[in-house]
Design a binder for this molecule. Structure first.
Ligand code: ARG
Length: 460
């Protein structure tokens, strides 16, 4: 069956049908399509196109189709152009000629927009719930080792010591912003396009606000020409998905390193790692590598839709059919990656002795020393020089911070005071960073508490 054909002397070629059909992938929208059509049947009754009985018959038929569509056999032998055509054909099989009325004053152009919005709204809700679980997993992980000290890195070189929870809270902030972005995307998605017709607005006086209420939309779109080509809501989601994947990928990269034999901070659980078919000793972080890999794919999805939309003349063009696969792909890999990452975090074990000794053996305390000198009156640039020379001499002599004594320190440079020797322990220097957003132990404890409260408030 076709939803068009009257003006054609000949039907489409097999090549064109094969090339242009979208049922293979847009069947994912079937539930949204039927829900939208049920709401539309009610709207048709309200403008007098359907009688109450006719509307009841069609809604009943749609409900049955919705049920049947859960079985894969529903699609057996289907050669329809797209999911919208399939649904109307099936409706006709059940309800006969009455089905010919369902598309009155409606275009597939607005139907695509409607279906995508209904589908995407649920995907966003699913992703948001998974993000909340991931945020919780990060806090749990922080609470398991509240006092662990790790070197923080810049340029992947040991920079300054930080608390392990401080490091984890950095990711908490990134994912919290992602949650916010998803929420913002949801408000753009949650607008009813129905009533726009193909591009000029429907010729039937539907109460669009009532349809919106029926389908749970917060508002209705303002301009019918905008609607048929607008995929900004999809781009918003893809961007939110991309930043989330970016953060997941960076966390994955960190943990691939931290769980390596060279770092040996973290032990990833057996059930999220895999072995090698050849090397019996291997325990590989495949879950994290796949998250990192999938992130590239999701960025590709964002780019793909951007490029598809670029240069389209006003309103609907068939190019827009290419909007769906990137969206489906991104949503699938986003939710899968969020779920995987939460499982990796919940089951990982930190071996705090390793990062603690990495922080102690290196000169991660150098900044603490220089700042102590500055606090004591030495201009910072000079303090920097003095500590730089101390580090150089230590490296030349193979001397670690803990091997210095107070008297050696004060005789190295008169600017040093004996009590500054305490700063050779990285745990001491951190106490000078009691500033909001810093790694001072009290600040971090407060930040953890505050993060837990925010998480709680997002749950409500
Ligand atoms: N399958 C099409 C799509 O996804 C439906 C819209 C078709 N509209 C049209 N004017 N050919 O975009």
């Amino acid at each position: 069956m076709k939803l068009w054909g009257g003006r054609f002397a000949e039907g489409p070629s097999a090549v064109f049908e094969r090339f242009s059909g979208s049922l293979d992938f847009d069947r994912r929208l079937i539930d949204a399509d039927i829900r939208g059509s049920i709401a539309f049947a009610w709207a048709l009754e309200s403008v007098g196109i359907l009688t109450e009985t006719e509307r009841a018959t069609l809604v009943q038929a749609f409900e049955t189709l919705r049920e049947q569509a859960r079985s894969a056999h529903f699609y057996d032998g289907a050669t329809d152009e797209d999911v919208h055509t399939l649904v109307i054909r099936k409706l006709k099989d059940r309800a006969g000629a009455l089905a010919d009325k369902i598309h009155t004053g409606r275009s597939r152009n607005e139907q695509v927009s409607l279906d995508l919005r209904l589908w995407l709204r649920e995907e966003i809700d699913r992703a948001s719930a998974l993000l909340l679980a991931l945020l919780e997993a990060l806090l749990e992980c922080a609470r398991k080792n509240p006092e662990a000290i790790v070197p923080g890195y810049t340029h992947l070189r040991r920079a300054q010591a930080v608390l392990w929870p401080h490091y984890l809270l950095a990711y908490f902030e990134m994912f919290a912003r992602d949650l916010e972005r998803l929420k913002q995307a949801r408000t753009r998605v949650n607008v009813l396009p129905l009533g726009s017709g193909a591009l000029a607005g429907s010729g039937f006086a539907f109460d669009r606000e009532a349809i919106a209420r029926d389908l749970g939309f917060a508002s209705v779109t303002n301009n019918s020409m905008d609607v048929s080509a607008d995929r900004d809501f999809a781009l918003d989601f893809l961007y939110a998905a991309s930043t989330t994947m970016l953060h997941l990928s960076r966390l994955a990269e960190d943990w691939i390193l931290y769980s390596s034999e060279e770092f040996a901070w973290l032990e990833l659980a057996d059930d999220v790692t895999s072995g090698s078919s050849l090397m019996p000793q291997k325990k590989n972080p495949d879950s994290l590598e796949l998250i990192r890999g999938k992130s590239g794919r999701v960025f590709g999805d964002l780019t793909a839709l951007f490029v598809t939309l670029k240069g389209l003349p006003s309103t609907y063009n068939r190019d827009l059919q290419e909007d769906k696969q990137p969206l489906f792909d991104a949503a699938h890999h986003l939710t899968g990656s969020l779920e995987m990452m939460a499982a990796v975090i919940s089951s990982a074990r930190l071996n705090p002795a390793r990062p603690a000794s990495a922080a102690e053996e290196s000169w991660a305390v150098a900044t603490d020393l220089a700042e102590a000198l500055a606090r004591n009156g030495t201009p910072f640039h000079q303090a920097h020089q003095i500590v730089g020379r101390l580090v150089l001499e230590s490296l030349q002599k193979g001397k670690q911070p803990a091997q210095w004594t107070a008297s050696e320190l004060t005789s190295f440079a008169p600017e040093f005071k004996a009590e500054m020797i305490a700063l050779m322990n990285p745990a001491q220097g951190m106490r000078t960073r009691e500033i909001k957003g810093g790694t001072g132990p009290s600040s971090v404890a407060a930040a953890l508490e505050e993060a837990a409260q925010r998480l709680q408030s997002w749950r409500l």
